[in-house]
Design a protein around this ligand. Structure first.
Ligand code: SAM
Length: 219
């Protein structure tokens, strides 16, 4: 049985990046269409304070936790002048560094690999910690708690966490991959974030026939 990290390394080696971060059955056109739909849906959940002063975004920092191939950069770079993407797969981080210019639409971009021991190798404080369908792949509750603890140290006092995860509790067809995915309920996420963040479920939507929750965490 592969480790969680080796499972993701293998996925990125064997599949097109857009199939890894989206759905394995999507064509590239479907990926673009679904991603645009997703951006439209999620836009209303970007806290308004980050939307004001779009022209003064150079002081705002966003952490994209589990950034994958950087699919959310065009969306997040509208509101944040500084984007840092982190992921456990080194190859994807190296690829991102080559693929994206250092500055995209007046947004500075940096990418780092999460260390083997789970340490996020970033020192600065963020206005927003964003994570899209990543925490469901952190199967180990202990590791997820460790990430949440680091989110606490990485967030500004008035910062927010914005999470999008599959919170569907119905039995799934692809339970076969359950070693690499854990379908937690909103209450399970709430408990895991509780020591540091007040987590609220602000929206639900269906993507790839499964219910996703949009959750916002505040200190
Ligand atoms: C479904 S993809 C989503 C990627 C990106 N957030 C997006 O929306 O396009 C899940 C990502 O989580 C990363 N990942 C898996 N396990 C992880 C872990 N334990 N810690 C951090 N990231 C992890 C994978 O490498 C992969 O890039």
């Amino acid at each position: 049985m592969l480790s969680n990290k080796d499972y993701w390394i293998k996925r990125y080696q064997e599949m097109k990046g857009f199939n890894v971060v989206g759905h394995r059955s999507w064509t590239y056109e479907e990926y673009i269409k679904e991603t645009q739909k997703f951006f439209k849906h999620i836009d209303k959940h970007i806290p308004t304070e980050f939307k004001k002063d779009k022209d003064n975004k150079e002081d705002r920092f966003v952490l994209d936790f589990g950034c994958g191939i950087g699919r959310c950069i065009p969306f997040l770079s509208q509101y944040f002048g500084n984007y840092i993407g982190v992921d456990i797969v080194d190859e994807v981080i190296i690829r991102n560094r080559k693929r994206f210019r250092k500055i995209e639409d007046d947004c500075k971009l940096e990418f780092y690999t999460i260390r083997h021991d789970g340490v996020i190798p970033v020192k600065r404080k963020f206005d927003l910690i964003f994570s899209n369908v990543v925490l469901q792949h952190v199967v180990d509750d202990g590791l997820l708690r460790f990430y949440v603890h680091q989110f606490r140290t990485l967030i500004k006092n008035n910062g927010k966490v914005l999470l999008i995860e599959n919170i569907d509790q119905k039995p799934k067809k692809h339970q076969g991959v359950k070693k690499y995915i854990k379908f937690r309920s909103f209450n399970q996420y709430k408990d895991l974030f509780e020591p540091y963040f007040k987590l609220k479920l602000v929206d639900k939507f269906v993507s790839s026939k499964e219910e996703h929750g949009v959750m916002i965490g505040e200190l």
